[in-house]
Design a binder for this molecule. Sequence first.
Ligand code: PLP
Length: 425
Amino acid sequence: MNDKAQWISADKEHVWHPFTQVSYAPENIIIERGEGACFIDVDGNKYIDGISSWWVNLHGHCNPYIISAVTKQLQQLEHSIFAAFTHKPGIALATRLLEHLPAFDKVFFSDNGSTSVEVALKMTFQYWSNKGTPKSKVIAFKEAYHGDTFGGMSVAARNAFNKPFEPLLFDVISIDTPHKDNIDALLQEMEQHLQNEDISCFIFEPLVLGASGMLMYAPEHLQLLIDLCRKYNCLTIADEVMTGFGRTGKFFATDYLNDKPDIICMSKGITGGFFPLGATACKQFIFDAFISNDKMKTFFHGHSYTGNPTICAAAIASLDIMERTETMLQIKDLSAWQAAFAQELTGYDNIENVRHTGTILAFDIKTGESTGYLNNAAEPLAEFFIKRNIILRPLGNVLYFIPPYCITKTEAEQVYAAIRALLKG
Ligand SMILES: Cc1ncc(COP(=O)(O)O)c(C=O)c1O
Protein backbone atom coordinates (compact mmCIF):
# COMPACT_ATOMS: atom_id res chain seq x y z
CA MET A 1 0.00 0.00 0.00
CA ASN A 2 1.65 3.19 -1.11
CA ASP A 3 -0.82 5.95 -0.84
CA LYS A 4 -2.59 7.43 2.14
CA ALA A 5 -6.07 6.67 0.81
CA GLN A 6 -5.31 2.96 0.69
CA TRP A 7 -4.07 2.95 4.28
CA ILE A 8 -7.15 4.86 5.44
CA SER A 9 -9.43 2.48 3.63
CA ALA A 10 -7.64 -0.59 5.08
CA ASP A 11 -7.84 0.98 8.55
CA LYS A 12 -11.61 1.45 8.16
CA GLU A 13 -12.04 -2.04 6.80
CA HIS A 14 -9.90 -4.04 9.21
CA VAL A 15 -9.27 -2.18 12.47
CA TRP A 16 -11.56 -1.72 15.47
CA HIS A 17 -10.26 1.30 17.41
CA PRO A 18 -10.77 1.85 21.16
CA PHE A 19 -13.25 4.36 22.59
CA THR A 20 -14.41 5.20 19.05
CA GLN A 21 -17.94 5.52 17.70
CA VAL A 22 -17.37 5.06 13.96
CA SER A 23 -20.79 6.41 13.03
CA TYR A 24 -19.58 9.98 13.65
CA ALA A 25 -15.83 9.74 14.32
CA PRO A 26 -13.67 11.84 11.97
CA GLU A 27 -11.15 10.08 9.75
CA ASN A 28 -8.18 8.76 11.75
CA ILE A 29 -4.91 10.63 11.30
CA ILE A 30 -2.06 8.35 10.28
CA ILE A 31 0.92 9.07 12.49
CA GLU A 32 4.25 8.41 10.80
CA ARG A 33 6.74 9.25 13.52
CA GLY A 34 7.25 10.79 16.93
CA GLU A 35 9.72 13.40 18.05
CA GLY A 36 9.88 14.95 21.54
CA ALA A 37 6.42 16.11 22.62
CA CYS A 38 5.14 15.87 19.01
CA PHE A 39 3.86 13.53 16.32
CA ILE A 40 4.31 13.96 12.59
CA ASP A 41 1.64 12.53 10.30
CA VAL A 42 2.04 11.00 6.82
CA ASP A 43 1.44 14.42 5.23
CA GLY A 44 4.23 15.97 7.31
CA ASN A 45 1.89 17.84 9.70
CA LYS A 46 3.29 18.17 13.21
CA TYR A 47 1.02 17.88 16.27
CA ILE A 48 1.74 18.60 19.92
CA ASP A 49 0.78 15.54 21.97
CA GLY A 50 -1.08 17.45 24.69
CA ILE A 51 -2.34 14.30 26.39
CA SER A 52 0.91 12.30 26.32
CA SER A 53 -0.85 9.63 24.24
CA TRP A 54 -3.35 8.69 26.94
CA TRP A 55 -1.10 9.91 29.75
CA VAL A 56 1.75 7.49 29.15
CA ASN A 57 4.55 9.46 27.54
CA LEU A 58 6.93 11.24 29.91
CA HIS A 59 10.22 11.92 28.17
CA GLY A 60 9.15 12.39 24.58
CA HIS A 61 8.41 10.12 21.63
CA CYS A 62 11.29 8.03 20.29
CA ASN A 63 13.43 9.03 23.25
CA PRO A 64 16.93 7.95 22.11
CA TYR A 65 18.09 6.82 25.57
CA ILE A 66 15.14 4.43 25.96
CA ILE A 67 15.52 3.19 22.36
CA SER A 68 19.15 2.37 22.98
CA ALA A 69 18.36 0.45 26.22
CA VAL A 70 15.61 -1.52 24.48
CA THR A 71 17.79 -2.31 21.46
CA LYS A 72 20.58 -3.58 23.70
CA GLN A 73 18.16 -5.77 25.65
CA LEU A 74 16.59 -7.16 22.47
CA GLN A 75 19.96 -8.44 21.33
CA GLN A 76 20.36 -10.38 24.57
CA LEU A 77 16.96 -11.72 25.62
CA GLU A 78 13.64 -10.60 24.18
CA HIS A 79 11.39 -12.58 26.53
CA SER A 80 11.37 -15.47 28.91
CA ILE A 81 8.94 -17.20 31.21
CA PHE A 82 8.93 -15.54 34.66
CA ALA A 83 8.03 -18.52 36.88
CA ALA A 84 10.90 -20.84 37.87
CA PHE A 85 13.07 -18.40 35.89
CA THR A 86 14.01 -14.82 36.48
CA HIS A 87 16.22 -12.27 34.72
CA LYS A 88 18.32 -9.25 35.52
CA PRO A 89 16.00 -6.59 33.97
CA GLY A 90 13.05 -7.88 36.06
CA ILE A 91 15.08 -8.00 39.27
CA ALA A 92 16.68 -4.61 38.60
CA LEU A 93 13.37 -2.94 37.82
CA ALA A 94 11.67 -4.25 40.98
CA THR A 95 14.68 -3.13 43.03
CA ARG A 96 14.75 0.33 41.43
CA LEU A 97 10.98 0.82 41.85
CA LEU A 98 11.21 -0.10 45.53
CA GLU A 99 13.92 2.53 46.03
CA HIS A 100 11.18 5.05 45.23
CA LEU A 101 8.66 3.15 47.37
CA PRO A 102 10.47 2.66 50.67
CA ALA A 103 7.29 1.55 52.46
CA PHE A 104 6.85 -1.40 50.06
CA ASP A 105 8.66 -4.72 49.75
CA LYS A 106 7.55 -6.77 46.74
CA VAL A 107 6.63 -6.01 43.11
CA PHE A 108 4.33 -8.17 40.98
CA PHE A 109 4.43 -7.50 37.22
CA SER A 110 1.51 -7.63 34.80
CA ASP A 111 0.58 -6.08 31.45
CA ASN A 112 -1.19 -2.72 31.87
CA GLY A 113 -3.05 -0.46 34.28
CA SER A 114 -6.19 -2.60 34.42
CA THR A 115 -4.24 -5.76 35.22
CA SER A 116 -2.20 -3.96 37.89
CA VAL A 117 -5.57 -3.21 39.55
CA GLU A 118 -6.87 -6.78 39.06
CA VAL A 119 -3.72 -8.07 40.71
CA ALA A 120 -4.14 -5.66 43.64
CA LEU A 121 -7.78 -6.65 44.17
CA LYS A 122 -7.02 -10.37 43.93
CA MET A 123 -4.10 -9.92 46.35
CA THR A 124 -6.40 -8.36 48.94
CA PHE A 125 -9.24 -10.89 48.53
CA GLN A 126 -6.81 -13.81 48.75
CA TYR A 127 -4.87 -12.19 51.59
CA TRP A 128 -7.99 -12.35 53.76
CA SER A 129 -8.89 -15.80 52.53
CA ASN A 130 -5.38 -17.12 53.26
CA LYS A 131 -5.61 -15.62 56.76
CA GLY A 132 -8.81 -17.63 57.34
CA THR A 133 -11.05 -14.52 57.47
CA PRO A 134 -12.42 -14.14 53.93
CA LYS A 135 -13.68 -10.63 53.10
CA SER A 136 -15.04 -9.57 49.76
CA LYS A 137 -16.45 -6.04 50.18
CA VAL A 138 -14.62 -3.09 48.66
CA ILE A 139 -14.95 0.62 49.32
CA ALA A 140 -14.29 2.83 46.28
CA PHE A 141 -14.97 6.36 45.10
CA LYS A 142 -18.28 6.84 43.27
CA GLU A 143 -16.51 8.58 40.39
CA ALA A 144 -13.48 6.33 40.11
CA TYR A 145 -11.95 4.72 37.05
CA HIS A 146 -9.71 1.68 37.49
CA GLY A 147 -9.60 0.11 34.03
CA ASP A 148 -11.64 -1.97 31.62
CA THR A 149 -11.36 -5.47 33.07
CA PHE A 150 -14.28 -6.77 35.13
CA GLY A 151 -12.61 -6.18 38.50
CA GLY A 152 -11.51 -2.72 37.43
CA MET A 153 -15.00 -1.88 36.15
CA SER A 154 -16.63 -3.24 39.33
CA VAL A 155 -14.69 -0.93 41.63
CA ALA A 156 -15.29 2.09 39.38
CA ALA A 157 -18.12 4.52 38.72
CA ARG A 158 -21.24 3.10 37.15
CA ASN A 159 -21.34 5.15 33.95
CA ALA A 160 -21.11 5.07 30.17
CA PHE A 161 -17.85 3.10 30.31
CA ASN A 162 -19.48 0.03 31.82
CA LYS A 163 -23.29 0.39 31.51
CA PRO A 164 -23.83 -2.74 29.32
CA PHE A 165 -21.90 -4.85 31.83
CA GLU A 166 -23.50 -3.48 35.00
CA PRO A 167 -25.43 -6.65 35.91
CA LEU A 168 -22.18 -8.60 35.74
CA LEU A 169 -20.15 -6.37 38.04
CA PHE A 170 -19.68 -7.14 41.73
CA ASP A 171 -21.16 -4.71 44.26
CA VAL A 172 -18.96 -2.19 45.99
CA ILE A 173 -19.61 0.41 48.66
CA SER A 174 -19.30 3.73 46.84
CA ILE A 175 -18.38 6.89 48.66
CA ASP A 176 -18.15 10.49 47.48
CA THR A 177 -14.84 12.06 46.59
CA PRO A 178 -13.80 14.19 49.60
CA HIS A 179 -13.81 17.97 49.73
CA LYS A 180 -13.83 20.49 52.54
CA ASP A 181 -17.62 20.60 52.84
CA ASN A 182 -18.26 16.85 52.98
CA ILE A 183 -15.16 15.45 54.71
CA ASP A 184 -16.68 15.23 58.22
CA ALA A 185 -19.81 13.47 57.01
CA LEU A 186 -17.73 11.26 54.72
CA LEU A 187 -15.49 10.14 57.59
CA GLN A 188 -18.57 9.27 59.65
CA GLU A 189 -20.05 7.32 56.75
CA MET A 190 -16.77 5.53 56.12
CA GLU A 191 -16.44 4.60 59.78
CA GLN A 192 -19.94 3.12 59.78
CA HIS A 193 -19.11 0.95 56.77
CA LEU A 194 -15.87 -0.16 58.37
CA GLN A 195 -17.64 -0.99 61.65
CA ASN A 196 -20.57 -2.82 60.10
CA GLU A 197 -19.10 -4.75 57.20
CA ASP A 198 -16.15 -7.04 56.56
CA ILE A 199 -14.30 -4.77 54.20
CA SER A 200 -11.43 -6.25 52.25
CA CYS A 201 -9.98 -2.99 50.94
CA PHE A 202 -10.42 0.65 50.06
CA ILE A 203 -9.20 1.43 46.52
CA PHE A 204 -8.65 4.98 45.28
CA GLU A 205 -6.92 7.12 42.69
CA PRO A 206 -4.75 9.37 44.86
CA LEU A 207 -5.34 13.14 44.42
CA VAL A 208 -6.64 12.98 40.83
CA LEU A 209 -9.51 10.86 39.49
CA GLY A 210 -8.46 10.81 35.86
CA ALA A 211 -10.93 9.28 33.42
CA SER A 212 -13.93 10.52 35.38
CA GLY A 213 -12.92 14.07 34.50
CA MET A 214 -9.65 14.94 36.26
CA LEU A 215 -11.41 15.48 39.60
CA MET A 216 -8.93 16.60 42.22
CA TYR A 217 -8.92 16.37 46.00
CA ALA A 218 -6.60 17.12 48.89
CA PRO A 219 -3.96 14.72 50.28
CA GLU A 220 -5.02 15.61 53.86
CA HIS A 221 -8.51 14.25 53.16
CA LEU A 222 -7.10 11.06 51.66
CA GLN A 223 -4.85 10.66 54.68
CA LEU A 224 -7.87 10.83 57.00
CA LEU A 225 -9.64 8.10 55.01
CA ILE A 226 -6.53 5.89 55.05
CA ASP A 227 -6.10 6.45 58.81
CA LEU A 228 -9.65 5.20 59.36
CA CYS A 229 -8.96 2.10 57.24
CA ARG A 230 -5.84 1.46 59.29
CA LYS A 231 -7.90 1.71 62.52
CA TYR A 232 -10.32 -0.95 61.25
CA ASN A 233 -7.74 -3.24 59.62
CA CYS A 234 -8.97 -2.56 56.09
CA LEU A 235 -6.30 -2.81 53.37
CA THR A 236 -5.71 0.24 51.19
CA ILE A 237 -4.88 0.26 47.46
CA ALA A 238 -3.55 3.37 45.73
CA ASP A 239 -4.16 3.20 41.99
CA GLU A 240 -1.25 5.34 40.78
CA VAL A 241 -1.63 4.18 37.17
CA MET A 242 -2.15 7.78 36.04
CA THR A 243 -0.64 9.74 38.91
CA GLY A 244 2.66 7.86 39.23
CA PHE A 245 6.07 8.90 37.92
CA GLY A 246 5.94 12.63 38.52
CA ARG A 247 2.50 13.57 37.18
CA THR A 248 1.35 15.25 40.37
CA GLY A 249 4.66 17.00 40.98
CA LYS A 250 6.11 14.36 43.32
CA PHE A 251 7.40 10.96 42.22
CA PHE A 252 4.15 9.34 43.40
CA ALA A 253 0.94 11.08 44.45
CA THR A 254 1.08 9.05 47.66
CA ASP A 255 4.36 10.85 48.46
CA TYR A 256 2.06 13.68 49.61
CA LEU A 257 0.82 11.35 52.41
CA ASN A 258 2.46 10.71 55.79
CA ASP A 259 1.33 7.12 55.96
CA LYS A 260 1.48 4.97 52.82
CA PRO A 261 -1.24 2.59 51.61
CA ASP A 262 -0.64 -1.18 51.63
CA ILE A 263 -0.66 -1.72 47.88
CA ILE A 264 0.19 0.54 44.96
CA CYS A 265 -0.71 0.00 41.27
CA MET A 266 1.55 1.40 38.55
CA SER A 267 1.49 1.47 34.76
CA LYS A 268 1.22 4.14 32.01
CA GLY A 269 4.37 6.28 32.56
CA ILE A 270 6.33 3.36 34.02
CA THR A 271 8.06 2.67 30.67
CA GLY A 272 8.15 6.34 29.69
CA GLY A 273 5.29 5.55 27.31
CA PHE A 274 7.14 2.95 25.23
CA PHE A 275 5.47 -0.35 26.14
CA PRO A 276 2.56 -1.64 28.21
CA LEU A 277 3.57 -2.78 31.68
CA GLY A 278 1.70 -3.11 34.96
CA ALA A 279 3.34 -3.35 38.36
CA THR A 280 1.67 -3.88 41.73
CA ALA A 281 3.79 -3.29 44.83
CA CYS A 282 2.77 -4.53 48.26
CA LYS A 283 4.07 -4.60 51.80
CA GLN A 284 5.81 -7.64 53.26
CA PHE A 285 2.91 -8.69 55.52
CA ILE A 286 0.71 -9.20 52.44
CA PHE A 287 3.35 -11.31 50.68
CA ASP A 288 3.86 -13.33 53.87
CA ALA A 289 0.20 -14.40 53.91
CA PHE A 290 0.86 -16.31 50.67
CA ILE A 291 3.81 -18.33 52.01
CA SER A 292 2.66 -21.77 53.10
CA ASN A 293 3.09 -25.49 52.48
CA ASP A 294 -0.57 -25.44 51.51
CA LYS A 295 -0.52 -25.08 47.72
CA MET A 296 -3.91 -23.39 47.81
CA LYS A 297 -2.36 -20.32 49.41
CA THR A 298 -0.28 -19.64 46.28
CA PHE A 299 -1.12 -16.53 44.25
CA PHE A 300 -2.28 -18.34 41.10
CA HIS A 301 -2.09 -15.33 38.86
CA GLY A 302 0.21 -14.53 35.94
CA HIS A 303 0.32 -13.37 32.36
CA SER A 304 2.26 -14.90 29.48
CA TYR A 305 4.38 -11.76 29.23
CA THR A 306 4.78 -11.15 32.98
CA GLY A 307 8.03 -9.27 33.58
CA ASN A 308 9.00 -9.14 29.89
CA PRO A 309 12.72 -8.20 29.96
CA THR A 310 12.57 -5.86 26.96
CA ILE A 311 9.77 -3.90 28.60
CA CYS A 312 11.61 -3.93 31.94
CA ALA A 313 14.68 -2.50 30.15
CA ALA A 314 12.54 0.37 28.82
CA ALA A 315 11.17 0.98 32.33
CA ILE A 316 14.67 1.01 33.85
CA ALA A 317 15.80 3.50 31.20
CA SER A 318 12.76 5.66 31.92
CA LEU A 319 13.61 5.55 35.65
CA ASP A 320 17.18 6.64 34.81
CA ILE A 321 15.72 9.68 33.04
CA MET A 322 13.21 10.32 35.84
CA GLU A 323 16.07 10.41 38.35
CA ARG A 324 18.00 13.08 36.43
CA THR A 325 17.94 16.52 38.05
CA GLU A 326 17.01 17.91 34.65
CA THR A 327 13.75 15.88 34.57
CA MET A 328 12.74 17.00 38.03
CA LEU A 329 13.34 20.58 36.85
CA GLN A 330 11.16 19.95 33.76
CA ILE A 331 8.38 18.69 36.04
CA LYS A 332 8.81 21.71 38.30
CA ASP A 333 8.74 24.14 35.37
CA LEU A 334 5.75 22.48 33.70
CA SER A 335 3.88 22.47 37.02
CA ALA A 336 4.62 26.19 37.44
CA TRP A 337 3.39 27.00 33.88
CA GLN A 338 0.22 25.00 34.51
CA ALA A 339 -0.35 26.80 37.84
CA ALA A 340 0.11 30.23 36.24
CA PHE A 341 -2.22 29.38 33.35
CA ALA A 342 -4.81 27.98 35.77
CA GLN A 343 -4.69 31.32 37.57
CA GLU A 344 -5.23 33.17 34.27
CA LEU A 345 -8.15 30.87 33.38
CA THR A 346 -10.10 31.88 36.46
CA GLY A 347 -10.79 35.14 34.58
CA TYR A 348 -13.06 33.40 32.02
CA ASP A 349 -16.73 33.05 32.82
CA ASN A 350 -17.51 30.41 30.15
CA ILE A 351 -15.58 27.79 32.13
CA GLU A 352 -15.64 26.55 35.72
CA ASN A 353 -13.77 24.39 38.21
CA VAL A 354 -10.34 25.34 36.96
CA ARG A 355 -7.93 22.97 38.69
CA HIS A 356 -4.38 21.74 38.55
CA THR A 357 -2.19 19.30 40.41
CA GLY A 358 1.47 19.23 39.45
CA THR A 359 1.72 18.81 35.67
CA ILE A 360 -2.04 18.24 35.21
CA LEU A 361 -4.37 21.10 34.25
CA ALA A 362 -8.14 20.73 33.79
CA PHE A 363 -11.33 22.77 33.66
CA ASP A 364 -14.99 22.31 32.72
CA ILE A 365 -16.47 24.18 29.77
CA LYS A 366 -19.98 25.46 30.46
CA THR A 367 -22.24 23.99 27.80
CA GLY A 368 -25.73 23.94 29.30
CA GLU A 369 -25.49 20.13 29.35
CA SER A 370 -24.38 18.25 32.42
CA THR A 371 -20.66 17.73 32.89
CA GLY A 372 -19.59 14.23 31.92
CA TYR A 373 -18.00 11.94 29.36
CA LEU A 374 -21.04 11.92 27.04
CA ASN A 375 -21.28 15.72 26.88
CA ASN A 376 -21.52 16.66 23.19
CA ALA A 377 -18.80 19.28 23.47
CA ALA A 378 -16.09 16.60 23.25
CA GLU A 379 -15.95 16.11 19.48
CA PRO A 380 -16.04 19.77 18.37
CA LEU A 381 -13.47 20.63 21.03
CA ALA A 382 -11.06 17.92 19.83
CA GLU A 383 -11.58 19.12 16.25
CA PHE A 384 -10.89 22.75 17.23
CA PHE A 385 -7.49 21.78 18.59
CA ILE A 386 -6.53 19.30 15.88
CA LYS A 387 -7.06 22.10 13.33
CA ARG A 388 -4.43 24.00 15.30
CA ASN A 389 -2.05 21.00 15.32
CA ILE A 390 -2.67 20.17 18.95
CA ILE A 391 -3.90 16.86 20.32
CA LEU A 392 -6.31 17.46 23.19
CA ARG A 393 -9.09 14.92 23.69
CA PRO A 394 -11.56 16.27 26.25
CA LEU A 395 -13.46 13.97 28.58
CA GLY A 396 -16.87 15.28 27.51
CA ASN A 397 -16.75 18.98 28.37
CA VAL A 398 -13.72 18.57 30.64
CA LEU A 399 -10.70 19.93 28.84
CA TYR A 400 -7.33 18.86 30.21
CA PHE A 401 -3.71 19.29 29.25
CA ILE A 402 -1.14 16.66 30.33
CA PRO A 403 1.89 16.89 28.05
CA PRO A 404 5.15 14.93 28.22
CA TYR A 405 7.59 16.53 30.68
CA CYS A 406 9.97 17.40 27.83
CA ILE A 407 7.47 19.80 26.21
CA THR A 408 9.17 23.13 25.50
CA LYS A 409 7.90 26.47 26.81
CA THR A 410 7.14 27.48 23.20
CA GLU A 411 5.05 24.35 22.62
CA ALA A 412 3.18 24.78 25.90
CA GLU A 413 2.54 28.43 24.98
CA GLN A 414 1.09 27.27 21.64
CA VAL A 415 -1.42 25.15 23.55
CA TYR A 416 -2.25 27.96 25.99
CA ALA A 417 -2.76 30.35 23.07
CA ALA A 418 -5.17 27.91 21.41
CA ILE A 419 -7.13 27.54 24.66
CA ARG A 420 -7.31 31.34 24.96
CA ALA A 421 -8.58 31.54 21.36
CA LEU A 422 -11.24 28.93 22.13
CA LEU A 423 -12.45 30.71 25.24
CA LYS A 424 -12.46 34.16 23.67
CA GLY A 425 -14.59 32.71 20.85
C1 PLP B 1 -6.33 5.34 37.45
C2 PLP B 1 -6.35 4.33 36.34
N1 PLP B 1 -6.35 3.03 36.62
C3 PLP B 1 -6.34 2.09 35.66
C4 PLP B 1 -6.35 2.45 34.33
C5 PLP B 1 -6.34 1.40 33.26
O1 PLP B 1 -5.11 1.39 32.62
P1 PLP B 1 -4.94 0.67 31.19
O2 PLP B 1 -5.70 1.49 30.22
O3 PLP B 1 -3.47 0.67 30.94
O4 PLP B 1 -5.48 -0.71 31.34
C6 PLP B 1 -6.37 3.81 33.98
C7 PLP B 1 -6.43 4.21 32.58
O5 PLP B 1 -6.72 5.31 32.21
C8 PLP B 1 -6.37 4.78 35.01
O6 PLP B 1 -6.39 6.08 34.74
